[in-house]
Design a protein around this ligand. Structure first.
Ligand SMILES: CC(C)(COP(=O)(O)OP(=O)(O)OC[C@H]1O[C@@H](n2cnc3c(N)ncnc32)[C@H](O)[C@@H]1OP(=O)(O)O)[C@@H](O)C(=O)NCCC(=O)NCCS
Length: 171
């Protein structure tokens, strides 16, 4: 399964992605913007564990963002449960050499289409740390609306800060 995303694709993670995953995910500039569950340093063992965890998931909710040669980033959909079951959280990261080319904007647009088509969702949302304007801009370009500033709602790298809550809803 491959989802076209501009000149790139979203595709399930697969065996063989480990070296690219370590090469691009092992980066402090990525780590400061994501949750602590994303390891730093990002080792080969972490990459192996991630790929094992993703193996044969059907339907897939975690995708590599890939060019013709290799995985260069990741994007995922976290389906919520219970009364929140028609909501999903979107999360993403991209290898630093590829920043600023519109790649994640393509990826989020493609993911949005897949999410609403494949799952019974009415709401996609993402939270952005206050020091990450590039991610906020990606969401705005994809039609997400700023709903709230969640004050002092996360702690990362020794700093407690505000999160911007962005959402895209389908009537
Ligand atoms: C944030 C991230 C996903 C952006 O990916 P990307 O492919 O470089 O994003 P795009 O090129 O599609 O768009 C970036 C936009 O942000 C803008 N931007 C970049 N740095 C900016 C800054 N410091 N202030 C304001 N806007 C900024 C760019 O100009 C561009 O907008 P434009 O098209 O209107 O010019 C990527 O930098 C990344 O992986 N960062 C680390 C992990 C992360 O932050 N994940 C998201 C957690 S919420």
């Amino acid at each position: 399964m491959e989802i076209p995303a501009g000149g790139w694709v979203l595709r399930p993670w697969r065996a063989g992605d480990e070296p690219a995953l370590v090469k691009y995910a092992n980066n402090r500039n990525i780590w400061v913007n994501v949750a602590d569950v994303f390891p730093h340093p990002y080792t080969m063992e972490d990459a192996v564990a991630w790929l094992q965890f993703q193996q044969d998931r059907d339907p897939p909710t975690e995708f590599a963002i890939a060019d013709a040669d290799e995985a260069i980033g990741g994007i995922g959909l976290r389906l919520q449960t219970d009364v929140y079951r028609r909501s999903a959280e979107v999360g993403y990261w991209l290898g630093e050499p590829f920043w600023g080319q519109g790649i994640v904007t393509h990826a989020v647009r493609a993911m949005t289409e897949y999410a609403f088509e494949r799952f019974d969702l009415v709401r996609l949302y993402a939270t952005v740390k206050e020091w990450n304007p590039a991610s906020a801009r990606v969401l705005e370009k994809c039609g997400f609306t700023l709903e709230a500033r969640l004050r002092r709602s996360f702690t990362k790298d020794g700093k407690t800060g505000d999160l911007f809550l962005y959402a895209l809803v389908r009537e």
